[in-house]
Design a protein around this ligand. Structure first.
Ligand code: SF4
Ligand code: SF4
Length: 432
């Protein structure tokens, strides 16, 4: 996988430009791009539903590089700034925005920068910090955070054979590379399924338990609910949406024109100049050259969409949590808020797959399915995500003690929130 990964991210840099109508079958650069965005991205996401973070533990070359570097490295204690729970959220936001400004979905140079840079960081962090651990995977990897949150809806759990009370804890002692206190393990999020703690002959350690998909979120109160994860779920969905919408919405172009005009009126012409290649897409040979105006607009637009969506989901979840308390829900309003925030996981996940991994569906049209049929297929998938989110919302509320006949009341804002996410991704699913 490591060699394959290096080939996919670096080989296209040394090949001639892909010709206009070449396909993944006759051009390696196109193949590499399809392998990355049409297969790897959506399939790794979908795989968490069936097998949790098996990608991380079994296949990921970046995790392997980090683990290898750690063996050879300095093995220093992991500093507090790395361990801070907000670090992977910032890392995810930075990499997603950078991915857009450098055009990671279109340019091999950008793929090499973003994925090669991430690989290098994983290596460096592994070299410096942790003792036989994967500090990168637990604390900083932007993909790991995404997979971790969604692995909570997965059908696989590694559970302690003899469970100790007290709930999940972080520990640098023991075999777990992601620093899970194994006998106290409750949540799937940090488990990369490396199997190090699984030994059928021993009385301790973990065993692989199959469960129905979504179980952990239905019972989230028993699985270490975490406000940072909810923040990430809201912000991550929003930033991914922003990264998609600036490309397709005419309003983005109108805004760009007005802002550009404002700068030109003041004779601030530097706004029309290009910046460094590592910060923005500068590819005259492919007729794409971003200037500081594009850079500023993309970043601002993405952050704006992120904040609006996050605010909307905060309001709908807040109202749900408040109403749940009025109709018999236990816990405090903030605790109910965190639990209910998880209900958006399926709808957010399906939206991400349809919006950013839409190329997965491209071969279907080549196999003879009409655009319309593929559209229905995507809509069907989206509907599954939506209904699943509603179901999870209902289960969480029932576990909070809300009576069945009053369930509809606190559930309603959740329905609105899920529908808002769906509507926001409408152009990706059905076109404009
Ligand atoms: S956390 Fe990131 S680097 Fe680590 S194994 Fe998973 S995807 Fe790879
Ligand atoms: S050691 Fe066990 S708990 Fe830790 S990541 Fe590996 S499989 Fe998961």
């Amino acid at each position: 996988m490591f060699l394959f990964f290096l080939g996919i991210i670096f080989l296209p840099l040394f090949l001639p430009e892909a010709v206009e109508n070449s396909t993944p079958l006759n051009d390696f650069t196109r193949f590499a791009n399809y392998a990355m965005w049409g297969l790897w991205f959506p399939l790794v996401f979908l795989s968490v539903i069936l097998t949790g973070r098996s990608w991380c533990g079994i296949l990921c070359p970046m995790g392997a590089a980090s683990a290898w570097a750690n063996k050879k490295g300095l093995q220093r204690p992991i500093p507090a700034w790395v361990r801070w729970e907000g670090t992977p959220i910032i890392s995810f936001l930075l990499i997603t925005v950078l991915g857009q400004t450098v055009g990671v979905r279109d340019h091999p140079e950008a793929v090499a920068e973003v994925f090669g840079g991430t690989l290098l960081l994983a290596f460096v962090l592994g070299f410096f910090y942790g003792r036989n651990k994967r500090a990168w995977c637990r604390h900083m990897c932007p993909i790991g955070l995404l997979l971790g949150v969604f692995s909570r809806i997965g059908a696989v759990q590694f559970a302690p054979k003899r469970k100790k009370p007290g709930g999940d804890r972080f520990t640098e002692k023991g075999v777990c590379p992601t620093m899970i206190d194994i006998p106290r393990k409750e949540e799937s999020r940090h488990c990369i399924e490396c199997f190090r703690c699984v030994n059928p002959q021993s009385k301790g350690g973990l065993f692989l338990r199959l469960r129905h998909a979504g179980e952990e979120i239905e019972q989230i109160r028993k699985h270490h609910p975490n406000p940072y994860e909810v923040v990430f779920l809201f912000l991550g969905t929003g930033i991914a949406l922003g990264g998609f919408l600036w490309l397709v919405l005419p309003v983005y172009q109108q805004l760009r024109q007005s802002v550009g005009g404002w700068f030109i009126e003041r004779e601030w012409y530097w706004i029309g100049e290009s910046g460094p290649w590592w910060l923005m897409s500068v590819h005259p040979e492919r007729r794409e050259v971003f200037n500081w105006l594009d850079f500023g607009m993309i970043v601002t637009f993405m952050l704006g969409v992120m904040l609006i969506l996050a605010l909307l989901l905060t309001v709908t979840t807040g109202v749900s949590a408040w109403l749940a308390g009025r109709v018999g829900g236990d816990l405090s309003v903030s605790e109910r808020f965190v639990e209910l925030g998880y209900q958006y996981a399926p709808v957010a996940m399906v939206s991400l797959i349809l919006g950013l991994g839409g190329e997965l569906f491209a071969p279907l049209t080549q196999l003879g399915l009409s655009q319309e049929t593929v559209g229905y297929l995507k809509a069907g998938l989206f509907l599954v995500g939506l209904v699943w989110s509603l179901y999870l919302g209902a289960r969480i509320l029932i576990n909070q003690g809300v009576a069945l006949n009053s369930l509809w009341l606190p559930l309603l804002p959740g329905v609105l929130g899920s529908c808002a996410v769906g509507l926001a991704w409408w152009p990706a699913v059905f076109g404009l």
